[in-house]
Design a binder for this molecule. Structure first.
Ligand code: HPA
Length: 276
């Protein structure tokens, strides 16, 4: 058997020792989304350190555990803290948890992140549904031998973000009175933020949001046949002609504000999943 598949199976066995549940929805919680994990009921927390082949998360603003349980009646598995390419992990390491979630039975992946907003209509703490992405990270998690049991060699990317789920998210946000936009997300390797010339370039490419995560996970989710719903929280305004120095403390504070709204929205979406 391929090496990756046996690693996935080992990780699945370790998780099943902690929780016998079969999650249907996987959630990757970005900066500021801790409040959502706290809403998961009858939950079991599994530290990444106890799951084989999960690297240890090194970013202070991220916890580093899986949380399994029920959210509005739906069996979920949430990643509190993700792995970033800029931390030095390979793309395969960054996306390994997505493979594991799929093997546990997950069909829908909800990804969230903190992102720079390049669309002049965006404001701080805005929620944006990711409608498409551009991979500018300079690497790809699918590079190397392909295991056909996990997905196709040349996966289609015409619609990596599920249209019925996007429509459900927009409708639910409207009903709750939570402002929610749509936009194109571009992923860069980081860890530095962008120069003004880079923001100008990324904007002219057609991107509304820029961040250092999410795209690797979405590529692997598409490869694995998962339906994906993605959200960004706009944490800093990246307008090249009026750019302020980035303040990471402020970015984390704004992510928390947007995160509160997203933590309110996601459970209501889960409640209505049967509609899509
Ligand atoms: N650039 C890249 N990543 C980010 C940014 C940004 O401006 N803001 C939050 N994550």
């Amino acid at each position: 058997m391929h090496e990756l598949r046996s690693k996935i199976e080992e990780a699945v066995r370790a998780i099943r020792r902690h929780s016998a549940r079969s999650p249907r929805v996987g959630i990757i919680l970005g900066t500021g989304l801790g409040g959502l994990a706290a809403q998961i009921e009858s939950s079991q927390a599994i530290p990444y350190a106890s799951v084989p082949y999960f690297p240890a998360s090194t970013v202070e603003s991220h916890a580093g555990q899986l949380v399994c349980g029920k959210l509005r009646g739906v069996d979920v598995i949430a990643m509190e803290g993700r792995f970033h390419f800029y931390e030095g992990y390979s793309m395969q390491e960054v996306t390994f948890p997505v493979r594991v979630m799929r093997a546990l039975g997950v069909e829908i992946l909800i990804v969230t992140n903190a992102a720079g907003g390049m669309n002049p209509h965006h404001d701080l703490a805005d929620l944006v549904i990711i409608e498409d992405h551009i991979n500018l990270m300079g690497d790809n998690p699918l590079r190397g031998p392909n295991d056909a049991a996990l997905g196709p060699r040349f996966p289609d990317m015409s619609h990596p973000y599920d249209r019925p789920l996007m429509a459900l998210a927009q409708q639910t946000a409207l009903e709750l009175g939570i402002p929610c936009r749509k936009g194109v997300f571009v992923a860069v390797a980081g860890p530095n933020l962008e120069t003004r010339a880079e923001y100008r370039m990324l904007r002219s490419m057609g991107a509304d949001l820029v961040g250092m995560s999410t795209v690797p996970e979405v590529i692997v989710a598409a490869h694995a046949g998962l339906r994906v719903l993605g959200f960004s929280i706009v944490t800093d305004l990246c307008l090249p002609d009026a750019l302020e120095p980035a303040d990471i403390k402020q970015i984390i504070e704004v992510a928390g504000r947007g995160g509160e709204r997203l933590s309110r929205l996601i459970p209501h979406i889960l409640e209505k999943l049967e509609q899509v």
